[in-house]
Design a protein around this ligand. Structure first.
Ligand code: HEM
Length: 517
């Protein structure tokens, strides 16, 4: 009986929403389904491709119908609108109310979760020093050592497989990035992915992302968005997120006990423990553990994702790989932090920017307007009534999708935006005019922009450069010919077309560089 009552209430809400849904003055793609709106079409295509296609048709702002009668969702790529939402009025466009409980379930109530100028600003100021250039220089040896550990492990693997082996990149890159955040952040050794807790984290994460690639990855967010009062769905893809938090919290409790309440170090854990004590907590607070979960997870998974797609693109583009290796081999010794951030290795920098442009790990974000507002557009779009629109009025609660991957590839701005072509970053006039681009790192949206941009971007860039240099000095990566489709499941995730059942993977063949000499 209770089931029928709940179903009745949900059906009523659905009808009310459909009748009274807000009308944004924008154009919308055809073929909205009664059940899925446009969301299944977007979900069925590779990440960002549906949005990119319709940005081509309508310009960088249009609307779609949400699934389950949710109503209209604004989809935005316009640089003026994004500057307004992310830089000028950051805290008026917070995480969507459906997204926040998911962040809590996966990562806890730390910096990714916190909203509001005061609370977010305070937490960010406390954490900022750990992510400064000075701080990264201080722990740069740990990054270099972790990269060498991966190199030795991969070398052994290749040698024991007749010196040429196909690997799933997803099985390798997380080892080094987890090692790095463990060492620099928490004074903890994950043993290059071999420790039991490292294996537990990897297994649970793999399960979470794999579940999010299939239909549950469409249904679960759609139900939670349409009916946010349902906070707990018995859906495997959502329950699995809670498991990661449990695993890392247990590890965090052990790390904190080992470090003691009077930690003096410069590592992130010591900073967090001191802050916890300064707030009058003598016990390990929930928030302290949530910080550990957040930084262990976002601190390694995103960089691993960036490395996966980079090495895959290098395998598919041997000319780019050769050119990059030439630059790397010509560089004497181990580069310092300054070398990696200066003009010494321009092609390495170009490949990084292009990899993060075409395959941003954080490929999609979702915001909600806190108040009624007017969003200005830099590039006017044609409205539903045929007139040109230079601003979009939104009501409080309006959900806004920012598909970062489509923003970074916008064809009207980049021309061949889907193509991986690092040379564009070093050619004269290779880039679009800055006025048509965003204001984040390298004018891209990969690390977001404004006060809530990625706090770890300097560390991420440094790690990526050290690891790519180390690997290209020792290995050659070759294309396997597999066709890949990427989807957004917490972050950008690849699968082989036709072998979807095998889960997330990105295969490349690896040989030892010195065998080629
Ligand atoms: C290539 C690697 C990385 C990429 C592409 C990336 C991307 C991003 C993006 C797009 C956001 C904004 C998300 C949103 O608006 O919803 C973000 C936020 C964040 N990132 Fe990263 N990230 C990377 C690496 C890292 C690393 C290494 C760390 C820490 C060790 C980190 C920690 C965070 C945190 C804590 C936030 C929330 C910041 C705030 O809201 O103030 N990220 N990241």
């Amino acid at each position: 009986m209770a089931f029928y009552k709940i179903a009745g209430v949900l059906a009523l809400l659905w009808i009310i929403r459909r009748v009274f849904k807000q009308k944004l003055p924008l154009l919308s793609p055809p073929n909205s389904s009664l059940l899925w709106g446009h969301e299944k079409q977007a979900f069925d295509e590779p990440a960002g491709s549906f949005y990119g296609r319709w940005f081509d048709v309508f310009g960088p702002a249009f609307k779609i119908d949400g699934a389950l009668g949710y109503g209209e969702i604004l989809v935005i790529a316009d640089p003026g609108a994004l500057a307004h939402m992310y830089i000028k009025k950051t805290y008026d466009y917070g995480h969507s109310p459906f997204f926040r409980p998911l962040i809590d379930r996966l990562l806890g109530k730390s910096l990714v979760w916190v909203d509001g100028a005061e609370d977010h600003g305070k937490m960010r100021r406390m954490l900022n020093p750990f992510f400064s250039a000075e701080s990264i220089k201080h722990y740069s040896n740990d990054v270099v050592e972790s990269a060498h550990r991966l190199q030795h492990k991969l070398s052994e693997h290749v040698q024991t497989h007749d010196r040429a082996v196909t690997i799933n990149l997803l099985d390798w890159t997380w080892r080094v990035t987890l090692d790095i955040i463990g060492r620099v952040g928490f004074n903890h050794d994950f043993g290059c992915g071999e420790s039991p807790e490292a294996k537990d984290i990897a297994r649970s994460w793999k399960e979470t992302i794999s579940l999010g690639m299939d239909i549950a990855g469409l249904i679960a967010p759609a139900v939670l968005r349409a009916f946010p009062f349902i906070t707990d769905l018995p859906v495997k893809s959502i329950q699995a997120q809670g498991e990661i938090k449990t695993i890392v919290r247990k590890l965090g409790t052990e790390m904190i006990a080992r470090e003691g309440q009077h930690a003096q170090g410069k590592d992130l854990l010591s900073v967090l423990i001191r802050e916890n004590a300064a707030n009058g907590n003598h016990e390990t607070s929930d928030q302290l553990l949530d910080h550990v979960v957040t930084f262990v997870m976002v601190g390694h998974e995103t960089v691993a994702g960036a490395l996966n797609y980079t090495l895959w693109e290098l395998a598919r583009n041997p000319d780019v790989q050769d050119k990059l290796r030439q630059e790397i081999l010509a560089f004497p010794g181990e580069p310092t932090y300054e070398d990696l951030n200066g003009p010494a290795l321009p092609y390495l920098d170009a490949v990084l920017k292009e990899a993060l442009r075409v395959h941003p790990p954080s490929a999609h974000t979702e915001k909600a307007a806190e108040h009624d507002d007017i969003i200005p557009l830099k590039l006017p779009v044609r409205g539903a009534d045929g007139t040109w629109i230079k601003e979009i009025p939104v009501k409080a609660g309006q959900i806004i999708y920012v598909p970062s991957i489509a923003v970074n590839r916008l064809h009207s701005v980049w021309g061949d935006g889907d193509k991986f072509r690092p040379d564009r970053w070093i050619e004269e006039n290779g880039l679009p005019p800055a006025s048509n681009l965003n204001l984040g790192w390298a004018h891209l949206f990969s690390f977001s922009q404004g006060p809530r941009n990625c706090i770890g971007f300097r560390l991420a860039i440094y790690e990526w450069k050290v690891i790519v240099m180390t690997l290209l000095r020792n290995f050659k990566f070759h294309d396997t010919g597999d066709m890949i489709q990427s989807k957004f499941s917490s972050t950008l995730q690849p699968r082989v077309i036709g072998r979807e059942k095998e889960g997330c993977q990105l295969p490349v063949r690896v040989t030892l560089l010195h065998d080629d000499a």
